[in-house]
Design a protein around this ligand. Structure first.
Ligand code: MN
Length: 205
């Protein structure tokens, strides 16, 4: 098995009242687990295709891998992005948010609009664009769509209904508002600190 469900660094109930223990338990142990299982299955089927030199099913397997590995990556980051102790962005990250989005408020407004504007299932994300050497905000569709290669995720917000429906029903805006109370800014700042220096060389040599 290439992929494994990561353990959370906090209890399922730790993010209450912003996200309930029931959602956290289902989301981690069932939904995230399903992506891990799917990524392993696609990966193993590809190994078999290579061994038998039979690639007739390959387009489906590639889609399965992108979707399920995407789900595994996204949730692995999302859990780390959350904490009962929210804190503040580092001074370097705060300065970069102001530089690339105008101000912290303007960053937040853009991020919230990205989250609330997703049509269907997906994610809002803050990423480091390694080619332009700058922060960008994006909408990720499903687990893998609408994304430029070279975007390194720093902060992700799950906007699939399974992430909020039990607590917030259709009122997505309240879920997004609650999210800001549990953003682990220490984690986001750490990610920012490690990508911003030489990431362009990963793309261009
Ligand atoms: Mn999810």
């Amino acid at each position: 098995m290439n992929y494994k469900l990561p353990e959370l660094k906090y209890d399922y109930s730790a993010l209450e009242p912003h996200i309930s223990a029931r959602i956290m338990e289902l989301h981690h142990s069932k939904h995230h687990q399903a992506y891990v299982t799917g990524a392993n299955a696609a990966s193993e089927a590809m190994a078999e295709a290579r061994e038998t030199n039979n690639f007739s099913n390959l387009p489906k397997l590639q889609k399965d891998l992108a979707f399920n590995l995407g789900g595994h990556v996204n949730h692995s980051i999302f859990w780390e992005n959350l904490s009962p102790h929210s804190g503040e962005p580092s001074s370097e990250l705060a300065a970069a948010l102001t530089e690339y989005f105008g101000s912290f408020e303007m960053f937040k407004n853009h991020f919230v609009a990205a989250a609330l504007g997703i049509q269907g299932s997906g994610w809002a994300y803050l990423a480091w664009d390694a080619l332009g050497n700058r922060l960008i905000i994006g909408q990720l569709y499903d687990q893998q769509g609408n994304l430029a290669m070279g975007s390194i995720p720093l902060l992700m917000l799950d906007m699939w209904e399974h992430a909020f429906y039990l607590d917030y029903q259709n009122v997505k805006a309240d879920y997004v508002k609650a999210f800001w109370n549990i953003v682990n800014w220490e984690d986001v700042s750490r990610r920012f600190g490690s990508v911003s220096v030489n990431s362009r060389s990963l793309l261009l040599g």
